[in-house]
Write a protein that binds this ligand. Sequence first.
Ligand code: NDP
Length: 332
Amino acid sequence: TSVFVSGATGFIAQHIIALLISKGYNVVGSVRSASKGDHLKELYGSQFKYEIVPVLESEGAFDEALKKHPEVTVFLHTASPVTFTAEDNEKEVLIPAINGTRFVLDSINRISPQIERVVYTSSIVAIATPEQLRDPAYEGGEDVFSPITYEEGKSNGLSAYFASKTFAEKAAWEFVETNKPKFTLSTVNPVFVVGPQAKDEEAKGGVNLTAQIITSLYNLKKDDKVPETAGHFVDARDVARAHVLAFEKDEAKGQRIITVSGKFNSQLILNIIRKNFPELQERLPIGNPEDIDLSNIPNLKNTKSRELLGIDYIDFETSVNDAIEQVIKANA
Ligand code: NDP
């Protein structure tokens, strides 16, 4: 079986590609430039091919790539801007996310009737607002969409990302409803994705926004203030598993599936690093080791992912250990 992965360079996408290849699938990835594609080819070898799709959000952007690959029967759409600091929220975040999703489904529908399954990488932010994700009484669940408006999305970088994922996922379900394509859609809705990069080499430069939650603490100095980041986490390897199981399993057809392992804050990361990497103790701040009360963060359910997909989640200590070990190696 051949699987198309859009946004193949991404943190999550590379974990998906690595898993697909280990399971014997062939992969066609879309990238924005030949140099990025060649780099991935070096990392993933002969089961990996790439196609260049320079602009996500133009109509028919994927037509040529799809025409060249009539063997593809599964499409995983992961490409989307992941930033909270765009200069132009609408142009750089909202439009590529929303039109990119709508147009890619349209291309699949027109060009590739053999594609049976599409999995879209949505997000918890398509379900809950920033306020809800900080409200201990919030219970969540896969049956609602975030009430965020498009106008709010234009107002600041964080809202732009939240609105981009909300309206992109809505556009995907609307496309299916309106056009009754041959493929069935599933979405994976992860919380903050953490853990190591799929390949050690990718840990050498800067890593993606959410992987930095862990690795940025590695760079702190003794007297630095511990950042106040707190929230929900899921390991990228579990998110990759969810994508693959979402197209392998019939039970996942037409489903939205939240992936969440648990809750964390920066102090917890620091405590884990200090415990497991004694050689870093001198250099890193201590913070307040007791400050790991997570009761203000709501508990999100992962029942559906466990029952439908059978995912058994990686715990936080493992995610932190593996990410830090990799960063140490990369900086050696
Ligand atoms: P990365 O930033 O590592 O990957 C993003 C991917 O999308 C890259 O391949 C990037 O290509 C591509 N991309 C971004 N903007 C555009 C654009 N305008 N046109 C074409 N391609 C673009 O992020 P992640 O791996 O974390 O994210 C992947 C997906 O997962 C996204 O859809 C994101 O919304 C979703 N997600 C991520 C979560 C997280 O915590 N990380 C949580 C929930 C959902 P290039 O390398 O060329 O820039």
